[in-house]
Write a protein that binds this ligand. Structure first.
Ligand code: FAD
Length: 760
């Protein structure tokens, strides 16, 4: 039976059901699930959307409609907070192997390959569903935020509809078969024991090596999607087919002789000359595309339905909050000292902040814990955004946000991060992450508010399937924000409601404690690099990271520089809002005899300063105790410019707190290096090369002495390189193959003896 037949068999108005469940930490999985729910209607389906923790809204134990899971992974491979209960439930050993045999599911896992345990939560749920007898009707997608979720996400969603329809047809024909069998013996089987033996739709999306084949299969899937949707509704389509319109006063392109088209917007190289002659664009940019994209038909995402009504009301005086909105959960701590750790000629600027936490016994922390620092958006950017929205004179007005009465958005809610009774200025300063990179759905929504046809076409391209590479290149990889985007597309005039709908909550930034309370009672130290975003197409001038730039400006007047005497009359020191973010795994071993290894280049050394301060104190207090070996692998560019905490680290070695300090300098002359190098000749040396030099001792500690290894710092390169090096070391030392070495390392991770605290 085909899907149309399924539809025909349905009583009038009854459409096939679909259940969409999401587990989301930062809202990405949620918004994907919402998108699928909305698109379902266009495919003749009724989707029921729930968060995995809303178990009163769904019942997997009895569900006989296809279920689609969209789940992200957070931290060191943990489930999102709102998925913990569900994972705990399905992990119960008491569940039988046919517990979910009636269940038919598809799963999209979101993760980031820069972090350990890629898509771990999705993989765990999948494993358990299979162990409990559930049937998969569509191959699992593993979308990688490290390279762009859409690489897997877009083809996965396109293929999903066909797979759901296949699953529904199969389920219906299985039921018919079952019904015929039941005529003679209706009491024999329970109604929901008709397990649909749904065939797997083998769209292979398990990793990005498979993207090409996935992309190739999308062509036909996408045709199917368009055809199917047009048969369901003539006016709505899941993907709109947009061709560049003719140059005569319409969006699109001026076709040039020879088939070259120029999209002329603000890019200087594409300006129309005085004589009205079009100059052909020489290169693509944020605002300008080149063939074949500029000549291509476009598949753009469905327009996200608007769901918020926003009004601004003039008020005499607002008794509004100042500073962060959730103050009750925060501590306002004074900065007691701020020092620059790097020399002025260093590429990066690393700063040490010392804060006073005497007044907050609740803030007692352990080395290995982090702190969230709450920062506001930059005043100048808030002002620019107010001007850009034409709301500069209404900055003090009170913002009223409510749900649109007739919104088509399923499960629409006023975002919980928008407090009542706040001014517009407060909203933009403390509530919305105005620096966030606009998602494609946001770009799609902006198209509707763009007057100029050429700019409109370019925005369509950037959010389209065909323009995915340009989106990555000019928007995502450049970390462009909405203000920069609006500057590049001057005819785009979105309403405030659109920004509130699409900008996420302003997030606090975590920093690892770089001190121990034993050494510095009542103090908390942390160290950070001032993040720099260089100028690029779409950003005429470079800018600093939001929080690190804000901290830098805050402490600049009181900053102590390396080698300079500290002034005795210190000026007034500012305060910052922080909250504790415990990490109960990233702790030095409670048994002091257990040896451990720390790998922390650059600011990644922060938690290890805390570990070593604590260890030094413990050694002083228990001189008779047995202490295991400690190793620290540190790395930076230059010995005399950015060797953070040099004196303190050398002091730990002198006091025997640190048994081995291995430091490498990636940009200093290789001949300066005293230690034998494992790096290829002429190449920079990084921490992993020093690990390799000491492979027998390190593997001995990990594999024979029950020791631990901690890695902290840059997630993008360092943590991966260290991981690969550890696999190589295990291969050599144990004389095993790659798979066995990977298993050994995974075992260490499971036992919490290989721990990471990484970011970037
Ligand atoms: P934003 O304006 O938010 O820009 C962020 C962008 O900068 C991202 O695109 C990212 O790719 C990039 N980025 C993020 N971190 C860095 C970095 N360190 N260097 C270069 N580029 C970066 N940072 C520290 O410096 N010291 C710490 O001890 C520390 N501990 C952390 C602990 C945890 C558990 C986590 C999750 C993160 C930690 N970070 C630490 C990173 C920190 O939270 C911020 O992400 C970082 O300071 C950038 O914030 P920002 O607001 O200035 O940048």
């Amino acid at each position: 039976m085909n899907f149309t037949a399924v539809l025909k068999r349905m009583p009038c108005e009854v459409k096939p059901r679909l259940v969409v469940l999401y587990g989301s930490q930062k809202g990405q999985a949620q918004s994907i699930a919402e998108g699928i729910t909305e698109e379902a209607e266009e495919h003749g389906l009724v989707a029921e959307l729930s968060c995995l923790n809303q178990n009163e809204k769904y019942n997997l134990e009895r569900e006989n409609a296809p279920v689609v899971f969209i789940v992200s992974t957070t931290g060191d491979g943990e489930p999102p907070d709102n998925t913990l209960q569900f994972v705990k439930h399905i992990k119960k050993k008491t569940l039988s192997t046919d517990h979910y045999k009636h269940l038919c599911y598809a799963l999209l896992a979101l993760g980031d390959t820069n972090y350990a345990n890629f898509c771990n939560c999705g993989k765990t749920i999948e494993r358990r569903l299979q162990e409990l007898g559930a049937k998969q009707f569509y191959a699992t997608g593993y979308a990688d935020d490290g390279v762009g979720l859409e690489v897997v996400l877009d083809p996965w969603i396109e293929g999903l509809w066909k797979a759901i329809k296949g699953a529904l047809s199969k389920m219906a024909s299985d039921r018919t078969g079952q019904f015929k069998g039941e005529v003679g013996d209706s009491a024999k089987e329970a109604p929901d024991s008709s397990v649909p033996d749904v065939q797997l739709n083998l769209l292979s999306l398990t990793d990005h090596q498979n993207c090409e084949s996935a992309g190739a299969s999308v062509e036909s899937d996408s045709k199917f999607a368009s055809a199917a949707s047009s048969s369901v509704s003539a006016t709505q389509t899941a993907v709109s087919d947009l061709k560049p319109e003719s140059p005569a006063g319409s969006p699109g392109l001026a076709s040039q002789p020879g088939g070259i088209a120029s999209v002329s917007t603000s890019a200087p190289e594409t300006q129309t000359g005085g004589a009205g002659v079009h100059h052909v664009a020489l290169a693509a940019s944020l605002t300008c595309s080149m063939p074949p994209l500029s000549e291509s038909s476009l598949n753009v995402p469905t327009l996200p339905p608007p769901y918020l009504d926003v009004s601004l009301q003039e008020v005499d005086a607002m008794g509004e909050i100042t500073g962060p909105s959730n103050k009750e959960a925060l501590h306002e701590v004074p900065i007691s000292r701020a020092a620059q750790l790097t020399r002025g000629d260093s590429v990066k600027t690393a700063l040490l902040l010392e804060t006073d936490i005497y007044a907050y016994p609740m803030m007692t922390y352990q080395p290995g814990d982090s702190f969230d620092v709450v920062c506001p958006n930059r005043t100048s950017e808030v002002e620019d955004l107010l001007h850009r929205l034409g709301l500069q004179d209404q900055r003090k007005h009170c913002v009223h946000v409510s749900l649109c009465k007739d919104t088509k958005k399923k499960g629409a809610q006023v975002p919980s991060h928008i407090p009542q009774n706040i001014s517009l200025l407060y909203l933009l300063t403390w509530c919305l992450e105005i620096r966030s990179v606009p998602k494609k759905a946001f770009l799609r929504a902006l198209v509707e508010y763009t007057r100029d046809s050429v700019q409109k076409r370019r925005l369509q391209e950037l959010c389209s399937k065909q323009g995915a590479a340009d989106y990555n290149l000019y928007v995502r990889d450049q970390s462009l924000n909405v203000l920069e985007l609006l500057a590049a597309f001057p005819s785009c005039l979105p309403p405030l409601s659109l920004l509130i709908e699409h900008l996420p909550k302003l997030q606090p930034r975590p920093y690892s404690a770089a001190s121990s309370c034993l050494r510095h009672p009542g103090k908390l130290h942390f160290v950070f690099n001032v993040v720099e975003f260089p100028a690029c197409t779409g950003r005429p001038a470079g800018r600093r990271g939001l929080c690190t730039g804000w901290l830098f400006d805050l402490i600049n007047p009181v900053l102590v520089f390396p080698g300079k005497a500290e002034s005795s009359s210190s000026p007034a020191l500012p305060k910052i809002h922080v909250s504790l973010r415990p990490n109960c795994f990233f702790r030095a071993p409670s048994d002091p005899s257990v040896p451990f290894i720390m790998v922390g280049p650059g600011t990644g050394v922060a938690p290890f300063i805390g570990f070593l301060q604590q260890r030094e104190k413990e050694r002083q207090e228990n001189p008779e105790a047995v202490f295991g070996e400690t190793w620290l692998f540190f790395g930076c560019r230059h010995r005399d410019r950015d060797y953070l905490f040099r004196e303190e680290l050398e002091g730990f070695v002198s006091s025997s707190t640190l048994s081995h300090l291995k430091v490498c300098f990636s940009r200093d002359d290789q001949e300066e290096e005293a230690e034998e190098t494992a790096a290829p000749a002429g190449r920079a040396r990084y921490v992993q090369h020093n690990l390799l030099c000491n492979s027998p001792q390190i593997t001995n500690i990990l594999l024979k002495q029950n020791g631990r290894l901690y890695v902290c710092g840059d997630a993008k390169n360092m943590a991966k390189d260290v991981n690969d090096t550890l696999i190589e070391m295990i291969k050599t030392e144990l004389q095993v193959d790659q798979l066995e070495a990977m298993k050994a390392l995974a075992g260490l991770r499971e036992e919490k003896r290989y721990l990471q605290d990484i970011w970037g």
